[in-house]
Design a protein around this ligand. Structure first.
Ligand code: ADP
Ligand code: MG
Length: 353
C-alpha cells in the first residue's frame, strides 16, 4: 500500500506536459482559428483570409497582410510562453493586444502539423517554416509572398484520440461555432477585411463570410447580417458611469431572431469578443416581457477601463471578470427597462451616432 512504500514524486516528461496543457488552450476548431485570427489582428492586418478544407477537419489556414515575423524570431516563434506582447506582470493591466500568453502557436503545433509563411517589409522574399510537435524549427525555405503571415494547421487533434473522434463526429457543429466566432470578429474589427472560404470534395470552394472592413459597427452588421436584419434592430447607448458605457443594437420588441438563444448574441469588452452570460440573461429576460415567442439579437460593445477588467481568467480569454459588474448590470437593467417598456411604442431610446 502507499502507506508502507512511499512512492517517488517525479517530474512529468516535458513533452507530455506540453501536450496536456495544449489541449486545454485549444479546446476545439473555433478556438484554434480564433487564436490565429487574433494574431493577425495583433499584427495590424487589414485583410484576413480564413481558408478551411473539409470544414477545418483536413486543414485550416489564416492569411494576413500584417507586420510579418522577422527572421530572428523564427526559432522561438512556436516556443511555449514566448511572446512579443507581454514582458512583465504589470503589463497585463494595460494590454491592448488580443494575445499575451504566448501559448497559441506552441499549443497548435503540439496538436497538429504547423507551418508558417511570413515576410516583413525588411525582407525581399518570404520564408516557409516547418515546426515539429515540440515547437522546434525543423525546416526553412525561401518562398514568394507579400508582406504578412500565413499560418497553416493540418490534422488538428490527430494525436489526441478522444478529441479527434469528437471533432470528426461533430464537424458541422464545430464549424457552425467557428463561423459564429468569425462573425463576432468581423462585427467588431474596424477597417479589417474578412474572407472565409470552405473547400469540400474536389475543390468545391464556397465563400462563407466576406466583409469589406468598413468602419462602424452599424456598417459591419449590415455586411455580416444584411440590411433586413439591421432594420429590425434598435440602437442601444447606455452610459454606465463616467468611464463606462455600452453601445450596440438589440432586436426591436416585435422582431427577434426567433432562433435559438445566443445564436445571434455578441458581446464585446473593449473590442474583445467575450462571453457575458449575465448580460445575455438580463437581455433575454427583458425581451421576454415584450416578446415571448422569440429571442433577441444582441450586439453589445462595452467600453470599460482596462484596469477594471481581468481577461486572464481562462486560456481562451472568453471569460472576463469585471470589478464593477454589479453597477454595470444595474445600469443595463435601467436602460433595458426603457427600451422594452410598453410605453416606448417605437422602442427608440437614444440616438445612434
Ligand atoms: P501571443 O499571441 O500570446 O503572443 P502566440 O503563440 O499566439 O502568442 O504567438 C507568438 C508570437 O508570434 C506573437 O507574440 C507574435 O510576435 C508572433 N506572431 C504570431 N502570429 C503572427 C502573425 N500572424 N503576424 C505577426 N506575428 C505573429
Ligand atoms: Mg496569439
Amino acid at each position: 500500500t502507499p502507506a508502507d512504500s512511499p512512492t517517488m514524486i517525479k517530474p512529468i516528461n516535458k513533452s507530455v506536459v506540453h501536450r496536456i496543457c495544449a489541449g486545454q488552450v485549444i479546446l476545439d476548431l473555433a478556438a484554434a482559428v480564433k487564436e490565429l485570427v487574433e494574431n493577425s489582428l495583433d499584427a495590424g492586418a487589414t485583410s484576413i483570409e480564413i481558408s478551411l478544407k473539409e470544414h477545418g477537419e483536413e486543414w485550416f489556414q489564416v492569411i494576413d497582410n500584417g507586420s510579418g515575423i522577422s527572421p530572428n524570431n523564427f526559432k522561438v516563434l512556436v516556443l511555449k510562453h514566448h511572446t512579443s506582447k507581454l514582458c512583465d506582470f504589470p503589463d497585463l493591466q494595460s494590454l491592448t493586444t488580443f494575445g499575451f500568453r504566448g501559448e497559441a502557436l506552441s499549443s497548435l503545433c503540439a496538436l497538429g502539423n504547423l507551418t508558417v509563411e511570413t515576410r516583413t517589409k525588411n525582407e525581399s522574399i518570404a520564408t516557409h517554416l516547418t515546426y515539429d510537435q515540440s515547437g522546434l524549427l525543423v525546416a526553412e525555405k525561401k518562398t514568394a509572398r507579400q508582406v504578412g503571415t500565413t499560418v497553416t494547421v493540418k490534422k488538428l487533434f490527430s494525436n489526441l484520440p478522444v478529441r479527434s473522434k469528437e471533432f470528426k463526429r461533430n464537424v458541422r457543429k464545430e464549424y457552425g461555432k467557428l463561423i459564429s466566432l468569425l462573425n463576432a470578429y468581423a462585427l467588431i474589427a474596424k477597417g479589417v477585411r474578412f474572407v472565409c472560404t470552405n473547400t469540400t470534395g474536389k475543390n468545391v470552394k464556397s465563400v462563407v463570410l466576406k466583409t469589406q472592413g468598413s468602419g462602424s459597427l452599424k456598417d459591419n452588421i449590415i455586411t455580416v447580417f444584411g440590411m433586413t436584419v439591421f432594420s429590425c434592430l434598435e440602437p442601444v447607448n447606455i452610459c454606465i458611469s463616467e468611464s463606462c458605457k455600452v453601445d450596440g443594437f438589440l432586436s426591436k420588441a416585435g422582431q427577434g431572431s426567433g432562433r435559438n438563444m445566443g445564436d445571434r448574441q455578441f458581446f464585446f469588452v473593449n473590442g474583445r469578443p467575450v462571453d457575458m452570460p449575465k448580460v445575455s440573461k438580463l437581455v433575454n429576460e427583458f425581451y421576454k416581457g415584450a416578446n415571448s415567442r422569440q429571442y433577441p439579437i444582441a450586439i453589445m460593445s462595452f467600453t470599460i477601463p482596462e484596469k477594471a477588467c481581468d481577461v486572464n481568467v481562462t486560456p481562451d480569454k472568453r471569460k472576463i471578470f469585471l470589478s464593477d459588474e454589479a453597477s454595470i448590470l444595474h445600469a443595463l437593467r435601467e436602460g433595458l427597462q426603457q427600451i422594452y417598456s410598453p410605453s416606448n411604442a417605437c422602442y427608440s431610446v437614444n440616438k445612434v451616432e
